[in-house]
Design a protein around this ligand. Structure first.
Ligand SMILES: Nc1ncnc2c1ncn2[C@@H]1O[C@H](COP(=O)(O)OS(=O)(=O)O)[C@@H](OP(=O)(O)O)[C@H]1O
Ligand SMILES: [Mg+2]
Ligand SMILES: [Mg+2]
Ligand SMILES: [Mg+2]
Length: 356
């Protein structure tokens, strides 16, 4: 018998697969159509195109649902060549699997419809009803440097994440592949790479090859038991502006961790610890004012919890996805196997407590 949220999961996985196909095309192009946003962060034709394809798939299947997505069309409305470049990508990216492509609603009618679709991701979020959270390319800087990035989609119902899917084109398919120090740059999406992580609340977490054809069966994933904290591996951000790296080094010292941190962009970090390739994900605030965005965490947080992990902020509270487009009630993120999360959190609080 199909489980609860089975259709949502299938549509989400196919939508992520199709959007990843678009980002992979852009990845292999020299000019990635990069423009700068108001906050100076980069956005590419891949981000806009992937967001359009995912929202189109959600609207074809769940027309009453709300959507919180990272990007908006304003810059494209003022730049016809950029809009047309994205439209060409969106129009020509389809799944090989004809039935699946049909399920996702087929091709978007035209470029103007595409702009309107991109802007359907403008929901304010909140604690009521069904709301999808989309990060079309998480880790855009990683995407640009040939490192890790993730196509991220999650469904929240009444403020709780129920379904989470991450497409990671540049991670190894093999759950047992060790993380290498250089995984944050010069990666490829050749054979043996590209994985979809998924979870449904209460049903566990899985990984499967990203591929381009029919979805293959998923394998259950689980966090690796950490018998000796000193042998654990941190999985951390690449950008020093996104997480305080000197504090995480002090926390590592307190815990007796000697292995160097593995740095990679995006929610690929959550997927990597969920399958036991790494152990602990820390995101330590670098400013008093930055609020984490729900689309940067919703899918990964559920996948880690369903793989046997615990995820809190630095105060020990669960991440609260019900307060809008940001995690306004939380500060930073601490994710670890449930059995050691308490010890890690204590070390985090000791180090952060020394600051004031
Ligand atoms: N100041 C600050 N603090 C914390 N986080 C920030 C900050 N600025 C941006 N962002 C968000 O970080 C998202 C990428 O996170 P990563 O964990 O991939 O960071 S890193 O690239 O590995 O350093 C990135 O997501 P994308 O924009 O989707 O790439 C941003 O939403
Ligand atoms: Mg961004
Ligand atoms: Mg992001
Ligand atoms: Mg993004």
């Amino acid at each position: 018998m199909a489980g609860i949220y089975a259709k949502e999961l299938e549509v989400a996985q196919l939508a992520v697969q199709r959007a990843s196909q678009l980002t992979k095309r852009v990845f292999h192009e020299k000019a990635k159509g990069t423009v700068s946003k108001d906050d100076k962060s980069p956005v590419t034709i891949g981000d806009f195109g992937a967001q359009a394809l995912i929202i189109a798939a959600l609207q074809a299947n769940f027309p009453g649902d709300e959507i919180v997505a990272e990007e908006e069309s304003a810059q494209l409305r003022a730049d016809a060549p950029l809009r047309d470049q994205i439209w060409e990508l969106v129009r020509t990216t389809q799944l090989d699997n004809v039935a699946a492509e049909g399920l996702l609603g087929g091709v978007v009618p035209d470029a103007d419809a595409m702009l309107d679709i991109i802007d359907k991701g403008n929901s304010a979020g909140g604690a009521r009803g069904r709301i999808w959270a989309i990060d079309p390319i998480d880790g855009t800087k990683g995407f640009l440097r040939g490192g890790q990035y993730a196509v991220c989609l999650a469904l929240m119902v009444d403020g709780d994440v129920k379904v989470g899917v991450l497409g990671c084109p540049n991670l190894p398919v093999d759950d047992a592949a060790p993380l290498t120090a250089g995984i944050g740059a010069n990666q490829t999406d050749d054979d043996g790479r590209g994985v979809i992580f998924s979870a449904v609340l209460g049903q566990g977490a899985t990984s499967r090859p990203l591929g381009t054809g029919a979805l293959l069966d998923g394998k259950k994933i689980a966090m690796k038991p950490v018998d000796e904290l000193s042998s654990a591996t941190f999985c951390e951000s690449v950008e020093s502006g996104h997480s305080n790296q000197s504090e995480s080094a002090q926390i590592g010292q307190k815990l007796g961790i000697t292995k160097p941190s593995v740095r990679m962009d995006s929610q690929a970090k959550y997927g990597s610890i969920a399958r036991g390739a790494g152990d602990i994900y820390l995101r330590l605030p670098t400013s008093k004012t930055y609020q984490e965005k729900i689309w940067d965490h919703a899918a990964g947080e559920l996948i880690v919890r369903e793989a046997g992990g615990q995820v809190t902020d630095t105060t020990g509270s669960r991440l609260d996805f019900s307060v809008g487009r940001t995690l306004a009630s939380n500060r930073g993120v601490v994710a670890a196997p449930a059995a050691i999360h308490g010890q890690v959190l204590t070390a985090v609080q000791e180090v952060l407590g020394q600051k004031e």
